[in-house]
Design a protein around this ligand. Structure first.
Ligand code: GDP
Length: 256
């Protein structure tokens, strides 16, 4: 299994890397790039740091896109397919194993202009309840308070549909989505559905996500790859989008 460096030894210091004077400022406008440009940009993904707790996450000013979803939804496969790297993200399903938020830098010539955040999968039955609750709290806090969070990709296995935890997550982020946070429901493993099933899953997901974006994705058949790459590029290169998080008055609800 791939082992990322510990937070004490990040491959690149976040302050120099992502906040330095060399960082690209987001380009004005939201033009859809050629898929090749979007893919070339995603292929620059490199490990930045891992944070076992929220306070270990480096504060960043570049836009961040979080990938969330229940265990086994296909999140690691999706990140690895989008970035064309076999083992950048990996599934951590061992009960009791410390789960972390992993950050990956994106940007040409080693200059970070965006960050992907891989959040721990939830809902894995064998994880002890206490660890589950802790992680659900970390995730809820992250989604509500991460200031540079620009977008969230929620990965769903369409054969299972939205689980209760997915629905709670939707509730948690709804206020931020209303304030401009980008949001995409990605229906993974689309190769396992026939056309009619896929269309049905898509319309259900659109309804459940409150009219938000929903797309079909298959790592196996490379379906949806261009669209998602272009969407992530647009989200993170749109100068007009807000990146400031509202400060929650109370502790966010645990995603239990
Ligand atoms: P994670 O726990 O969300 O990171 O899920 P993984 O990426 O480890 O995927 C869970 C399982 O689904 C693995 O057995 C993958 O091989 C499988 N999987 C992921 N993406 C696809 C896909 O596009 N098509 C098919 N058929 N299987 C997939």
């Amino acid at each position: 299994m791939t082992q990322h460096p510990t937070p004490a030894q990040p491959t690149a210091p976040p302050t120099e890397h992502a906040k330095g004077p060399k960082a690209h400022s987001p380009q004005a406008g939201t033009q859809t790039p050629d898929p090749k440009i979007a893919h070339g940009w995603l292929h620059t993904a490199r490990f930045l740091t891992t944070a076992p707790q929220l306070e270990h996450l480096p504060p960043l000013t570049v836009p961040e896109v979080a990938f969330v979803g229940r265990s086994n939804a296909g999140k690691s496969t999706c990140i690895n397919t989008l970035t064309q790297q076999k083992r950048l993200a990996f599934a951590s399903k061992t009960p009791g194993r410390t789960q972390s938020i992993n950050l990956f830098s994106l940007g040409k010539q080693g200059v970070t202009d965006a960050v992907l955040a891989d959040l721990p999968g939830y809902g894995y039955a064998a994880v002890p309840r206490e660890a589950k609750l802790r992680w659900q709290r970390v995730m809820g806090n992250y989604l509500l308070t991460r200031e540079n969070l620009r977008g969230v990709v929620l990965l769903i296995d369409p054969r299972l549909g939205l689980t209760e935890l997915d629905e709670i997550l939707l509730e948690v982020i709804r206020p931020r989505v209303e304030e401009g946070l980008k949001f995409l429901v990605l229906l993974t493993k689309a190769d396992k559905l026939n056309h009619a099933e896929a269309q049905k899953a898509l319309s259900i997901a659109r309804l459940q996500s409150g009219g938000g974006e929903a797309r079909l994705f298959s790592a196996l058949k490379k379906k949806g790859l261009d669209e998602v790459a272009q969407m992530l590029w647009r989200w993170t290169h749109d100068a007009s989008a807000p990146v400031t998080a509202p400060v929650p008055e109370d502790e966010p609800p645990a995603l239990d």
